[in-house]
Design a protein around this ligand. Structure first.
Ligand code: OSB
Ligand code: MG
Length: 369
């Protein structure tokens, strides 16, 4: 596409309930939306999944805005008539900033696919129309509150439950949830809250038949995860550590992860995600699609990705109602624990422009020279 301009907006949406993790509590979801407009009138949308503060990953919303304006967009504007498949290579000289890069590539891909009348799913290699949904449950204020929240999700039909854990909130909540729901697929996510001194403690999760434990140690401690994986019964699955195809390849070779969680923002986009997916399929490694509390815009593309054949585990691809009272697209409504993969061109969902306008705090249009 021949890019005319890119609009970057910052929006803020209240969450239906606070989401507490080992790195903090979110009450709102603040994020950037990108709209790329081409000279022939086409347009494409994406969301940048970075959070307000660099607590989950080094990126954060206003940092993403800065790197987009200062470096990524000017580099892209050097070339007329660009295809999404070329974006990563053009942005490669700028190190890191996967979430900002992913947002740019995704908006261009949306515009390109809309222009060609192809859905994200068919472009990425979708193999099914429905995907199985899991849900991520924050750290609760009490065991009673946890049981109530898990109970709600189970009654809504979620096919897998993920509990956020941290030191002081781990074995006991897992034991109780497992006791009440003996056969529900269950996993935990520590968001780096443990250290190499905790291997013994984490083996206390062994009796509860967990699908996996996500990112127990620091994102840079890949070898620690390999050590831990040798001594505990629960399969180890990296999240924060996997920032690229190369990181996934190496973590698999080191047996620091035996299951892969793909988050397109974290790895730099949907094209990199497909490469990681293909690597896992070749190596017979189970894959699931992570989430970043996305709005319908990011969710639509994630659901398309999650419909590729290697995504054999339910993802953190929950219904819109899990996150927001009102979404910024036609809401994703779960039916029997599943969501339907959008079939329309591009991300394939209708965008609620009026509502986006209402919740926009800043907007800036950057025009190509
Ligand atoms: O670690 O998977 C994570 C949300 C924000 C940042 C990191 C994580 C999460 C989640 C929720 O666990 C996933 C979702 O439902 O979008
Ligand atoms: Mg995680």
């Amino acid at each position: 596409m021949d890019i005319k301009s890119v609009e970057i907006r910052s929006i803020e949406l209240p969450l239906v309930r606070p989401f507490r993790t080992s790195f903090g509590t979110q009450h709102h979801r603040e994020l950037l939306l990108l709209e790329v407009t081409s000279r022939d009138g086409g347009s494409g949308w994406s969301e940048c999944v970075a959070m307000s503060e660099p607590l989950y990953s080094p990126e954060y919303t206003s940092g993403c805005q800065d790197v987009l304006e200062r470096f990524l967009l000017p580099a892209l504007f050097q070339k007329r008539d660009i295809r999404a498949e070329e974006v990563a290579e053009i942005l490669k000289p700028f190190l890191g900033h996967q979430m900002a890069k992913a947002a740019l590539e995704t908006a261009i891909l949306d515009a390109q696919l809309k222009d060609e009348g192809i859905s994200f799913g068919s472009y990425l290699g979708s193999s099914r129309e429905l995907i199985n949904c899991g849900v991520s449950v924050g750290i609760a204020n009490s065991i009673d509150e946890l049981i109530a929240e898990v109970g709600l999700y189970v009654s809504e039909g979620y096919r897998r439950i993920k509990l956020k854990i941290e030191p002081g909130w781990d074995i006991e909540p897992v034991r109780i949830v497992r006791d009440i729901w003996p056969s529900i697929p269950l996993q935990v996510d520590a968001n780096q809250a443990y250290t190499r001194a905790d291997y013994g403690h984490l083996s206390g999760l062994d009796p509860y038949d967990l699908l996996l434990i996500e990112q127990p140690l620091d994102e840079h401690d890949v070898l620690g995860h390999a050590e831990l994986a040798r001594v505990i019964g629960t399969p180890v699955c990296l999240d924060e550590s996997i920032t690229s195809f190369e990181a996934a390849r190496d973590a698999l070779a080191l047996k620091a992860t035996t299951i892969i969680n793909i988050k397109p923002g974290r790895v730099g986009g949907y094209l990199e995600s497909v490469k990681i997916h293909d690597l896992c399929v070749e190596n017979d490694i189970a894959v699931w699609c992570g989430g970043m509390l996305e709005t319908g815009i990011g969710r639509a593309a994630n659901i398309a990705l999650a419909s590729l054949p290697g995504f054999t585990l339910p993802g953190d691809t929950s219904a819109s109602s899990r996150y927001f009272h009102r979404d910024i697209t036609t809401p994703f409504v779960m039916n029997d624990g599943q969501l339907r993969v959008p079939q329309g061109p591009g991300i394939g969902v209708a965008i609620d422009y009026d509502f986006i306008e209402e919740i926009t705090s800043t907007r800036k249009v950057i025009s190509a020279p």
